[in-house]
Design a protein around this ligand. Structure first.
Ligand code: NAD
Length: 352
């Protein structure tokens, strides 16, 4: 067995259908009395519901979270938190809303109570990102790790089908790269395999019936596991490519992960055979890369970068940007092979 270092991160997880009802006691548990509730404009009704539940413990609502946390939005939200004397941020939504909570916590140290409604997994990581002048800077800081996470599958019943599948595959990507991470460990490997398996069984069931609460619970359970992997071990080529494509070409986050994952796995397969076997076993298929492609295609998710807003002329530039910095990856970064990977992802070819 290879040597490893494992430091558990302290986050309290409250899981189960209906667990939102425990929000008030969870707020008290973090010692807060004036919570600022965060959401996107589209999820304002959820934020209002949360504020109603909190009653006098709600200081206000900031319903302007958007993708990638623009620095201007972060500044505005920090100012609102300050002016309301908020002592806690409650983030209800996906990675964009959790990300805004993290931007506030980074500045003020306010505790975050996260209520995730997608499978992106940000709630389980100490990783933050803020976008300034078109560049997204990311970093790690223990104070942005939410103090408490409430996973209530009932809040995900309305997650649209395509976003359910793409967000689920976004989560699978964290687990898959965790399995070949340079600083992986046996606990994260177990969580990664179980997380992938949870999505392999739940995504087709959600596609068949989006209101299937058992399937929704399994998916959110998978999100917790895969998010924990993301928060604990380093990612590799796949995440680097998606960061480049999202940041430089403004491609949508979960869809980009969905399209790129099969190709990143195919690229790394010769250098990480054991991880690939584990991923394939968790997906219940013979080949990890093909399995990831089929999971997307069979459940109605996009499989080609050209279908989610990338222009053919951008493939060369994406390749250049992705190769600018070296980072750990099972297979060395080879220019021609990565150019081919991006071309395959652009066209939506099934890995052979
Ligand atoms: P998102 O948070 O942008 O949500 C996408 C859209 O779906 C939003 O309009 C949102 O309001 C809506 N939505 C969310 N849940 C819904 C529900 N249950 N029902 C109906 N609509 C719902 O998307 P995301 O994929 O969750 O997050 C992406 C962002 O999170 C990216 O910026 C990414 O970089 C970041 N992220 C960060 C980390 C980290 O560890 N820091 C991890 C994963 C993702």
């Amino acid at each position: 067995m290879k040597p490893f270092v494992y430091t558990a991160q302290a986050a309290r997880v409250v899981f189960g259908a209906g667990s939102l009802a425990r929000l008030r006691e969870e707020i008290e548990r973090v010692g807060a009395r004036r919570a600022l509730v965060l959401s996107t404009a589209g999820q304002r009704a959820s934020a209002e519901r949360v504020a109603d539940m909190l009653g006098p413990a709600a200081a206000g609502i900031f319903a302007r979270a958007v993708m990638h946390v623009p620095v201007e939005t972060a500044r505005e939200a920090r100012e609102v938190a300050r002016s309301l004397n908020a002592d806690c941020a409650v983030a209800i939504g996906g990675g964009s809303t959790t990300g805004l909570g993290k931007a506030i916590a980074l500045d003020s140290g306010l505790p975050i109570v996260a209520i995730p409604t997608t499978y992106a997994g940000s709630e389980m990581t100490p990783i933050y990102g803020i976008t300034e002048g078109g560049l997204k800077k990311t970093g790690r800081d223990a104070k942005v790790l939410p103090r408490t996470v409430i996973y209530d599958p009932q809040l995900t019943l309305g997650l649209p089908n395509t976003l359910s599948v793409t967000s689920g595959i976004n989560a699978i990507a964290h687990a898959a790269e965790g399995l070949y991470s340079v600083d992986g460990n046996p606990i994260m490997d177990l969580m990664a395999q179980e997380g992938i398996a949870a999505f392999a069984r739940s995504l087709p069931a959600i596609e068949a019936d989006p209101a299937d609460i058992e399937a929704r619970s399994n998916a959110l359970y998978g999100a917790w596991l895969c998010g924990t992997v993301l928060g604990n071990v380093g990612m590799a080529l796949h995440h680097k490519l998606c960061h480049t494509l999202g940041g430089s070409f403004n491609l949508p986050h979960a869809e980009t992960h969905t399209v790129v994952l099969p190709h990143a796995l195919a690229y790394n397969a010769p250098a990480a055979p054991e991880a690939m076997q584990r991923i394939a076993r968790a997906l219940g298929v013979a080949d990890a890369a093909q399995g990831a492609f089929d999971l997307a295609q069979r459940n109605g998710a996009p499989t080609a970068l050209r279908d989610i807003g990338m222009a053919a002329g951008d493939v060369d530039r994406a390749c250049e940007i992705a190769l600018q910095n070296q980072y750990p990856n099972p297979r060395p970064l080879e220019r021609d092979a990565i150019r081919q990977l991006l071309q395959d992802a652009f066209e939506g070819r099934r890995p052979s």
